[in-house]
Ligand binder design. Structure first.
Ligand SMILES: Cc1cc2nc3c(=O)[nH]c(=O)nc-3n(C[C@H](O)[C@H](O)[C@H](O)COP(=O)(O)O)c2cc1C
Length: 164
């Protein structure tokens, strides 16, 4: 099997993609037993205004793939610059990611994290295979923002902040 991780071409490709700065989101849903699930995602972007569509992609080997594939509703929480610890928490395995975390509930009980810049509640619009990822297109059912907050950024493999 090809060792993609240590392939210098793959490394160069990743590093080159990393020149594109993004925000950082945590995408949340309810699992089959009603438990809250979520993971850190920077592949979020806008697609369409009418209908209102957004896109993100999920690594196909992650255990949460079937959860997001079957979730009626999921939420995209756009992290604020003081939420780097939440990004780290939702990018790691093996702990209760929601322990001690404040959140409200949206459509179908989907977790909406407190203190974020913005959130979008989405229902499944389309999914496409995308190589080693699954591409999700969500139709936005509801959205909100806190214009006083500044977003957390990610670029070149590191967290960044907006300059004043
Ligand atoms: C800044 C940042 C952005 C990320 N973006 C994505 C992404 O767009 N898609 C993805 O599948 N994983 C992404 N990840 C990795 C997942 O958050 C990570 O694999 C996480 O452990 C998945 O949760 P799980 O282990 O509970 O399945 C990102 C991680 C970080 C730190």
């Amino acid at each position: 099997m090809t060792d993609y991780k240590n392939d210098p071409d793959v490394r160069a490709f990743r590093d080159t993609l990393g020149m594109f700065p993004t925000g950082v989101t945590v995408i949340t849903a309810r699992g089959p037993g009603g438990e809250p699930v979520g993971l850190t995602v920077s592949s979020f972007n806008s697609v369409s205004l009418a209908p209102p569509l957004v896109v993100w992609s999920l690594s196909g080997h992650l255990p949460s793939v079937p959860i997001f594939e079957t979730a009626a509703v999921y939420a995209i929480n756009v992290l604020a610059e003081d939420q780097q610890d939440i990004s780290q928490r939702f990018a790691s395995r093996g702990e209760d990611k929601f322990a001690g975390l404040a959140f409200t509930e949206g459509e179908g009980g989907v977790p909406i994290l407190a203190g974020c810049c913005a959130s979008f509640q989405c229902r499944q619009f389309a999914r496409h295979p995308g190589g080693d990822h699954v591409v999700f297109i969500g139709e936005v059912l509801a959205f909100e923002r806190d214009a006083a907050k500044r977003p957390l950024l990610f670029q070149g493999g590191a967290y960044r902040r907006l300059a004043d």
